[in-house]
Write a protein that binds this ligand. Structure first.
Ligand code: PLP
Length: 405
């Protein structure tokens, strides 16, 4: 038989969070090694249980969830999402502007597939949550990375954004709160991004999946609340704020200048129809989650487990010589920097792979987030304090060895 090859569409598509280093970790686990995983924002496996009312509601509704639903989603959860957009001060959103998906991931790919032709460019942050870059490439577009500036707490560099706009630029992706850096963007910066989008007729894709995972009393502004003359596609879901990523419940809200986007919206609706609908049990969970007790506040507020673990991980990491790290204001991740003078790393995937082999700790290399240099890595601060202390202790030991090379 002829060799069967992957499609040419995949040539530039890369998603390293679940890449070769994870494969190696799985192999090591099969051989009986115990690995401490700091690689994926999967709360449930670290004992952050989904709120009980969501679980009970899904169980209760399971008998009603066997059929297909409307392609955009069931009425009641969409209505609760509509109310949520009102809470976030996004104006003019109707039920028809809301699409429920199997997680935000499905809708990110759908949003790009419906938009892009070959040669179209999309501005994506560096570092990014790499699905965004991958979705642009898969859809035939060209991701163009704008830099987020570590010195300013990982905020997008507006001048760099402006420099990278060409006549082919169709959209800008804004991940706020941010994965992998934990940055939370101030309103003035969001206003500046809106102004750039307005002047250059760009669609704003706003990934706000961590909008309730905020520390130190911070608050979140939805960029879509700041204008109604720009088209916004806002993404959110239950995976993080409600510790329910396995339920695959996410949504996408179209707002702002919808009139100009009639054709694009038709494309979105067609793609939603082609995949029939999102899983129905997950849809049932949405209404209960949004209207229920917001237990995330207990985890991120004073004395909360996530807050404590953020502080612990940050202290332990920044105590290591040559390691610095902007303290996250939100989300579940840290993106520490390894001083290149002390750690002259050439290939950070190799670095992650060696750390795994020597110390049985799994991280993701910074270039996996489309970061420009091999001098960062990402960790989640989800394991309990003992495991975090152990894991970062092993990273420190590995780095000590690295310094002596
Ligand atoms: N957006 C960001 C920034 C994420 O970090 C993730 C998952 O880690 C997703 C989207 C995917 O979310 P979902 O589970 O809803 O597909």
């Amino acid at each position: 038989m002829r060799p069967i090859q992957k499609s040419k569409k995949l040539a530039d598509v890369c998603y390293d969070i679940r890449g070769p280093v994870l494969e190696k970790a799985k192999q090591m686990e099969d051989e009986g090694h115990k690995i401490i995983k700091l690689n994926i924002g999967n709360l449930a496996v670290f004992g952050f249980d989904a709120p009980d009312e969501i679980v009970q509601d899904m169980i209760r509704n399971m008998p009603n969830a066997a059929g297909y639903t409307d392609s955009k989603g069931m009425f009641a959860p969409r209505k609760s999402i509509m109310h949520y957009t009102q809470e976030k001060k996004i104006s003019g959103v109707t039920i028809e502007d809301i699409y429920i998906g199997n997680g935000a991931s499905e809708l990110i790919v759908m949003g790009m597939n419906a938009l892009l032709n070959t040669g179209d460019e999309v501005l994506v942050p560096a570092p990014d949550y790499p699905l965004w870059t991958a979705a642009v490439s898969l859809s035939g577009g060209t991701p163009v990375h704008y830099v987020c500036d570590e010195e300013s707490g990982w905020l997008p560099d507006i001048d760099d954004i402006k420099k990278k706009i060409t006549p082919n630029t169709k959209a800008i992706v804004v991940i706020n709160p941010n994965n992998p850096t934990g940055a939370l963007y101030p309103d003035e910066l969001l206003q500046q991004i809106v102004e750039v989008a307005r002047q250059n007729q760009l669609i704003v894709f706003a990934d706000e999946i961590y909008d309730k995972t905020l520390y130190d009393g911070e608050t979140h502004t939805s960029i879509a609340s700041l204008a109604d003359d720009v088209l916004f596609i806002t993404l959110n879901g239950l995976s993080k704020n409600y510790r329910s990523c396995g339920y695959r419940a996410g949504w996408m809200v179209v707002s702002g200048d919808k009139k100009a986007a009639r054709d694009y919206i038709e494309g979105l609706t067609m793609l939603a129809s082609m995949r029939l609908c999102a899983n129905a049990p997950g849809q049932y969970a949405i209404q209960t989650a949004l209207g229920g007790y917001q237990s995330i506040n207990d985890l991120v507020g004073p004395g909360g487990r996530l807050l404590k673990q953020r502080d612990l991980a940050h202290k332990l990491l920044t105590d290591i010589p040559g390691v610095s790290c902007v303290k996250p204001k939100s989300a579940l991740y840290m993106f520490p920097r390894l001083d290149p003078k002390i750690y002259p790393i050439k290939d950070d995937q190799q670095f992650a792979s060696e750390l795994l082999a020597e110390e049985k700790v799994l991280i993701v290399q910074g270039t996996g987030f489309n970061w420009i240099a091999p001098d960062h890595f990402r960790v989640v601060f989800l394991p309990n304090s003992d495991d975090l202390t152990e894991a970062i202790g092993r990273i420190a030991r590995f780095l000590e060895g690295y310094r002596k090379r």
